[in-house]
Design a binder for this molecule. Structure first.
Ligand SMILES: [Zn+2]
Length: 332
């Protein structure tokens, strides 16, 4: 089980470059679903068919892309310039190793004597360890993407650190949910979406194709139990699945929020309420695309989101899987 998570944590997929991670997720979910396809954007859509006469369509969605950078320019001295893809935390990126699509490594560094408060994309460079533009061009190409080095490490108890838990941990919840489901009454779609980090673009297209009645995103949410946390004070690592009420992109369907709370209580699944004052998720696409759907999000509490060491607790992940399975069996 955890090995599948380790596998999908290691495969790079910066927004728009999700081919490899998509192929792996398609392979992993195939034995537990009836049909798997990939659309023009690269969204992987797996369907488990329901048996009810008047069945609904439930669409789970977790994004498989990750934040990163695109090479814009290579200087004469071989130093590489990049532009961000998604919301980069430059304090976290400074002096860290990035890996390119072809496996080449470099170190991301800010201009000398730049204070962290002045960190901006144009103050950052990548050192490949080469001396000339020519040598650099043998390693990386303009337009190629890179991301902070990925992978996961066990901390105490059930906690793990690493990246990109945003949102491979959501993809893992979808995989585990598909494994747990036996017979389902409704059609259940599992969508691994592309390009969430640049504006939920993949889930727009996928929602249009699937046209769900119920949309349930699974994504990370900042855990409010860090020192001097400014947001999400109700969400704590290890306290269970977070049921989203809102973020900046969405006001979740109120009945679905209450239904998930009831299901958590009935099934003794630890849960907590999430009222996020910023951020966005694929929930918004499912809610508003085509004719719209009733949408909600199950969130995995995560410390240090978008850093190179996001921290999650597997007991929360288990709670998210249980809640997603319970949702499939319920009358939502
Ligand atoms: Zn995310």
């Amino acid at each position: 089980m955890i090995n599948d998570l380790k596998t999908i944590m290691k495969i790079q997929g910066v927004s728009s470059r999700e081919g490899k991670i998509g192929a792996k997720l398609a392979e992993l979910i195939k034995p537990y679903t009836d049909e798997v396809s990939t659309d023009a954007l690269g969204n992987v859509v797996a369907l488990k068919r329901g048996t009810a006469k008047n069945k609904k369509k439930i669409m789970f969605c977790a994004h498989m892309d990750e934040i990163g950078f695109v090479v814009t320019f290579i200087q004469d001295n071989g130093i590489v310039r990049v532009t961000p893809v998604g919301g980069i935390n430059y304090v976290a990126a400074a002096f860290n190793r990035v890996v390119f699509e072809n496996g080449a490594s470099g170190i991301m560094f800010p201009e000398d004597k730049t204070e962290p408060k002045d960190y901006r994309p144009d103050k950052f460079y990548i050192d490949l360890g080469v001396k000339t533009k020519r040598d650099a061009e043998r390693k990386v190409k303009i337009g190629e993407t890179c991301a902070l080095v990925s992978g996961m490490t066990k901390l105490a108890g059930n906690k793990y650190s690493g990246r990109p838990f945003d949102d491979r941990i959501g993809c893992y919840v979808l995989l585990e949910t598909a494994k747990e489901l036996k017979k389902v009454k409704d059609d259940v779609y599992f969508v691994f979406s592309v390009q969430e980090e640049v504006g939920c673009r993949g889930s727009h297209a996928a929602s249009f194709n699937v046209r769900p009645d119920i949309g349930i995103a699974v994504d990370v949410t900042p855990s409010g139990d860090v020192v001097n946390a400014a947001t999400n004070p109700t969400v704590k690592l290890g306290d269970g699945a977070a049921i989203k009420v809102k973020d900046s992109s969405v006001m979740c369907d109120q009945k679905l929020v209450f239904d998930l709370v009831d299901l958590a209580k009935e099934n003794k699944i630890p849960y907590q309420m999430e009222v996020l004052t910023y951020g966005g998720t694929d929930t918004c696409s499912m809610q508003t695309v085509a004719g719209g759907s009733r949408a909600v999000c199950i969130s995995v509490p995560t410390r240090f989101c978008h850093s190179n060491n996001e921290v999650i607790d597997m007991t929360d992940v288990d709670a998210c899987v249980k809640l997603a399975v319970a949702a499939c069996g319920a009358e939502l």
